[in-house]
Design a protein around this ligand. Sequence first.
Ligand SMILES: Cc1ncc(COP(=O)(O)O)c(C=O)c1O
Length: 394
Amino acid sequence: MKLNRPDQAGRFGAFGGSFAPETLMPALGGLESAFTDAWADDTFHAQLEHLLATFVGRPTPVYHAERMSRRLGIDLWLKREDLAHTGAHKINNTVAQGLLTKRMGKPRVIAETGAGQHGVATATACALLGLECAVYMGEKDIERQALNVYRMRLLGAEVIPVSTGAGTLKDAVSAALRDWVASVETTHYIIGSVVGPHPFPWMVREFQKVIGEELRTQLDGSPGHPAPQTIVAPVGGGSNAMGVFYPYAGDPDVDLVGVEAAGLGISSGKHGASLGHGSPGVLHGAMTYMLQDDFGQVLEAHSISAGLDYPGVGPEHSYFKDEELVRYESVTDDEAVEAFHLLCRLEGIIPALESSHALAWIIRESVALQDRTVVLNLSGRGDKDVQQIAAMYD
Ligand SMILES: Cc1ncc(COP(=O)(O)O)c(C=O)c1O
């Protein structure tokens, strides 16, 4: 059964909680009160809804992918988060947390980023609201997502390279948490997914569930608007998937499928499938499925897609997995790249590599999905990935 909110300890069943340094506990408590107050306040909702409508461009459309539907023999619809301002769902969360930062009276924001979309969305919200902004980003991701690094700088953010570990998202989160321990009096940490210690997973879910709520009204079962039978979304930390799934979780008429990165193949050990092939442990402040060795050391993830290259996942997804509310599958780098090309050519839409993973699963399973109404949560646009794809064919 899905939960309205985690328990007093911030847990979703066995998962979640607040495994954080003592210095952060007062800030996490303060954040929980600030969020609870704001979420019960009509003025906050009015401010947020105004910005979502006029700045972010919500509601995002639902598009019937007719050529792709004919090719696959399914009725395929795309929830167009790629059309949200800055090109991904991440902006839903950063505008909301930006407003909360102002409400808490903090002048500075920090964030981590992998694909750079959350960094860009945070830099954008900070420019909008007049907040100072620093974004931690792994060196490997700085290289493969150069366009987004430049966008962040244009928007006035400082991009701080992280060279520890593999130089990817996990290392950027760790660096941001270290900054926060030292700067918590003046700084809010806008975490980019449904991960981290309580109250982040719950709060970010509440800010992202607008995706699924809109979808329910857009595909409501009326003529020409068939209700979804299967909804598919990519899972990195899990925020776009949680956003679209949460309003449907527990609905017996809808199958929910989260797609993780199988990277170079599960048997290679180089993948990001924490739910499918990990085990419970503590990562970045929460108990959740994660990739770890026999001694509990975090393993490096691998994915061609920077946004899925993370060895953990939001704790509510771990709960959904064990409650069997959502199925979690995985596809390889190669399958995702093939799906990327197919959507470009058949629909005139360049998808993010993250979203291409979910599409690749739909393509692989198209025979089993025959004649079903399937919604792909197109979490972002692929402009950021074009250089990386081009380099593969040089
Ligand atoms: C377009 C896009 N989709 C998906 C993700 C994965 O994040 P999450 O699982 O939190 O939605 C990212 C992360 O950067 C992204 O940029």
